[in-house]
Design a binder for this molecule. Structure first.
Ligand SMILES: C[S@@+](CC[C@H](N)C(=O)[O-])C[C@H]1O[C@@H](n2cnc3c(N)ncnc32)[C@H](O)[C@@H]1O
Length: 316
């Protein structure tokens, strides 16, 4: 037996469940099953007549799902694929969900598995794939992409101030084999003082690479409209994001759905006939309180947003 089974503590768990308010018999889609922490709470609420569809592209999540299936009483199944693909196939089955949620980013099961290369604290191959069937790895990006493209991802996905220096050092040290090779390149690519600033100097570069390897932002953009279409009218969609690049997408998507009349303000009566498709359930995002942050520091950057579906989208 694994002497220290890895655990993922679900973030904003009660808040998420309250926001989507699952009722007995409901159909709920968990787009990011991970260790199943949120799913367990949802399963308790929907009971034996309810259905929980679990999606995750990581095979470790599937292992955790087998355990969940044995412990839970609701109807359930697992879809081992990218969430927008899974949602498309659920739609083609005619699935209509009462609630759907995404807990974005990576799980502790991934970060704490040293061999997967997500963590700058462990020596490991440069992998970072959530789905090991995928071809692109962090090593491939680091060892084959041109300098200008490396600079661009470090800047845009990691907000790395020293993107130019770090990318130059990566190119100079090619081929990089392990996470330690990368950490060394990052440190040499920044001024000495910056290596000792707040947080680990490799944090931003590792974030950028992980997002690029897994196409995380493209996945969110692709999934949100399909997720919305999969909800029944009266259903609720919620997302927990961990950095501003994710949160901005969720916020904009919900804001777009909540737009009502688009007539110029000086018109005495509405002529556009545009009704909002969504009611925002969170005007401002919900964040973790001090107690949760202390118990689970990963919750510090979490932001939860939700919307209630008021109407179907008008056909294009
Ligand atoms: C933060 S964890 C979810 C944790 C989970 N809510 C829990 O309570 O244990 C995010 C999970 O989403 C998965 N994931 C991220 N992006 C995905 C995508 N585009 N398609 C499918 N799964 C994805 C990751 O593999 C990871 O297991």
């Amino acid at each position: 037996m694994d002497p220290s089974p890895r655990v993922h503590i679900p973030v904003l768990a009660e808040e998420l469940v309250d926001l989507i308010s699952p009722a007995p018999g409901d159909t709920v889609i968990d787009c990011t099953f991970g260790g199943g922490g949120h799913a367990r709470l949802v399963a308790e609420r929907i009971g034996p007549q309810g259905t929980l569809i679990a999606i995750d592209r990581d095979p470790v999540a599937r292992e955790r799902f087998e355990q969940f299936r044995q412990e839970t009483h609701c109807r359930t199944r697992f879809m081992a694929t990218e969430f927008s693909e899974a949602l498309k196939s659920l739609q083609s089955e005619g699935m209509r969900a009462d609630a759907l949620y995404m807990d974005l980013g990576m799980s502790s099961l991934q970060v704490d598995a040293p061999e997967r290369g997500f963590s700058y604290s462990h020596e490991a191959p440069l992998d970072m794939r959530m789905d090991p069937r995928q071809e692109l790895t962090a090593g491939e990006i680091l060892n084959t992409w041109p300098e200008s493209r490396l600079v661009q991802i470090l800047r845009s996905l990691g907000e790395e101030r020293y993107a130019g220096g770090v990318a130059r050092e990566i190119i100079r040290r090619r081929p990089l084999e392990t996470t330690s090779d990368l950490v060394d390149a990052i440190k040499s690519g920044m001024p000495t003082a910056a290596r000792f600033g707040s947080g680990h100097p490799a944090r931003r570069t590792f974030q950028a690479l992980r997002i690029a390897v897994n196409g995380e932002l493209e996945a969110i953009d692709a999934a949100l409209p399909i997720a919305w279409d999969t909800l029944r009218v009266g259903g609720r969609l919620a997302a927990i994001s961990f950095h501003s690049l994710e949160d901005r997408r969720v916020k904009r998507f919900f804001a777009g759905l909540a737009v009502g009349c688009t007539c110029p303000p000086d018109l005495p009566v509405c002529v556009c006939g545009h009704d909002p498709e969504a009611e925002l359930l969170t005007r401002r995002s919900i964040t973790a309180d001090e107690q949760e942050i202390e118990a689970n520091p990963r919750s510090r950057s979490a932001r939860l947003r939700g919307a209630l579906k008021l109407a179907e989208r008008p056909a294009d």
